[in-house]
Design a protein around this ligand. Structure first.
Ligand code: SAM
Ligand code: SF4
Length: 466
């Protein structure tokens, strides 16, 4: 087993790069605009920026990179928690085994169907399925059944979930083999902290306390048939600059070894959770200003990797982060098993959330807001369904070609949303954005095909994509 993170090397870079001068920062920003990514020293240079003027230049560069690779679409998804039983004891999490005040539950397959309906009725086509780690209360085989169940559901408009991503505990080789037979999009595991000592402190017991087993998860995944993997850091546990450099080192390791970097990077920050001491007294709290800086620096460093933002962040900050390189967002989320059913007033469910959310708006409100900011709220799932995954996806993403698919697919899936789920005001703003974006599609053939698809969707056709 190789040591993916060389802590001494990272600390050495951070010690060396404490006060980069203006010309050094500008050189790095110019390199970022070439869209080939940055090395660790260059990322460390960006993270030293303190002046408002240079921060502004960093933000503009991040937006440039994002627009060059992804255009103006923001992909939407909803999380679906199926169990909050957990045998681990992560000090920051409300599901930890030592939290005796939380009511535990694993959703039955029928309840999973109801939750899926709740998600579909918000217009979603992608879900991220999650659970705690407790093999007695929720086995891996049950989880596989739950995936099939979610795909099997249709709402009153005839819509189904088209892509399931999963975020569950690290799997063994054998479990990855079983997963190969089920259709999933991205397999995600957050390292939480790349700093070994911090990791040990934060994960005192349970299977998750094994740092090496966790950090090698994506190597096992890619060796055992997974195509798209997602990584992440829980910001607040250790120095954010160390964590950013280490996470990018992890991405570079996967790229070197498998010729495919992570499909996505997630950047959760710790939010308060019941009986979770590290969430109430955060060891290395990251300010909003530093958070914006790290998001922009990541976007410049790995331009072709999707970056996911959850509803942990406030509405105001989320809106600012869209301009700094975020490419996927969750909307209308619930982090307690059964939460959608509760939100739709069908039943009463005790509060069993994993942590508090700062953006509790409905998906409809988020979508309207995204439109008003000039982004295309996209429900696209085309790449995964056409086999544009793993290395093939990267081959399109690296030279900036993926937006040629993202833009028209964003428009056709938005149209589906407007026709079936939106209110009058959203329909009006959405159709205006579609007209504007349509005119900007550079390739005439694609533009004409997109027009044809949009017309067919208005007439009742569905699921048309490039
Ligand atoms: N239980 C699995 C695991 O830990 O890998 C699956 C993912 S867990 C349900 C989802 C993620 O939530 C964790 O990886 C962690 O980063 C994040 N999380 C836990 N407690 C949190 C908190 N208080 N605030 C924000 N994010 C938190
Ligand atoms: Fe369990 Fe995951 Fe929460 Fe840790 S983060 S206590 S493993 S649900």
């Amino acid at each position: 087993m190789i040591n993916i993170i060389d802590e001494e090397k990272i600390h050495g870079i951070l010690d060396k790069k404490q006060n980069a001068d203006i010309s050094e920062v500008r050189d790095v920003l110019n390199k970022a605009k070439e869209l080939r990514g940055l090395d660790l020293e260059e990322i460390a240079t960006l993270l030293t920026i303190e002046s408002q003027d240079l921060l502004q230049e960093l933000y503009e560069t991040a937006l440039y990179v994002k627009r060059e690779i992804y255009g103006s679409r923001l992909v939407l998804f909803a999380p679906l928690y199926i169990s909050n039983y957990c045998a681990n004891n992560c000090l920051y999490c409300g599901f930890r085994a030592d939290n005796k005040e939380i009511e535990r539950r694993t959703l039955s397959l029928d309840e999973i169907k109801e939750e899926t309906i709740g998600i579909l009725e918000q217009g979603h086509k992608r879900v991220l399925m999650l659970m705690g780690e407790n093999h007695q209360a929720c086995s891996f085989d049950y989880f596989l059944e739950a995936i099939d169940t979610v795909y099997s559901v249709q709402d009153s408009k005839g819509s189904s979930i088209r892509r399931i991503n999963i975020e569950i505990a690290p799997l063994t080789d054998e479990e990855f083999h079983k997963l190969k037979d089920v259709k999933i999009g991205t397999y995600t595991v957050f390292q939480e902290s790349y700093h070994r000592e911090t990791y040990k402190k934060m994960h005192p017991s349970g299977k998750k306390s094994d740092y090496d087993f966790r950090i090698n998860t994506m190597d096992r995944a890619l060796e055992n048939g997974m195509h798209d993997v997602g990584i992440g850091t829980l910001f607040g546990l250790y120095d954010y600059k160390f964590e950013v450099l280490a996470m990018i080192e992890h991405a570079k390791h996967l790229d070197r070894k498998f010729n495919v970097g992570p499909h996505t990077i997630s950047i959760p920050r710790i939010n308060p959770a019941k009986n979770a001491p590290a969430s109430l007294d955060i060891p290395h709290k990251v300010s909003d200003e530093n958070f914006k800086k790290l998001v922009a620096a990541i976007r410049c460093s790995v331009p072709y990797t999707g970056m996911i933002l959850s509803t942990r962040e406030s509405v105001a900050l989320r809106n600012q982060l869209f301009d700094l390189g975020i490419s996927q967002i969750s909307a209308g989320s619930r982090t307690n098993p059964g939460g959608y059913k509760q939100a739709f007033g069908l039943d009463h469910v005790e509060d069993e959330s994993q942590f508090l959310l700062n953006d509790s708006r409905s998906s409809g409100e988020v979508i309207k807001d995204v439109l008003q900011h000039g982004f295309i709220p996209s429900f696209c799932t085309a790449c995964y369904r056409l086999g544009r995954v793993g290395e093939d996806f990267m081959d399109q993403a690296k030279p900036g070609l993926i937006k040629l698919f993202c833009q028209p697919n964003g428009l056709t899936t938005l149209k589906e949303y407007l026709v079936s789920y939106a209110d009058e005001e959203t329909i009006e703003i959405g159709n205006a954005l579609i007209e504007k974006e349509l005119a900007e599609i550079p390739n005439e053939k694609v533009r004409n095909k997109a027009k044809e698809y949009l017309k067919r969707i208005e007439e009742g056709d569905r699921d048309l994509y490039f």
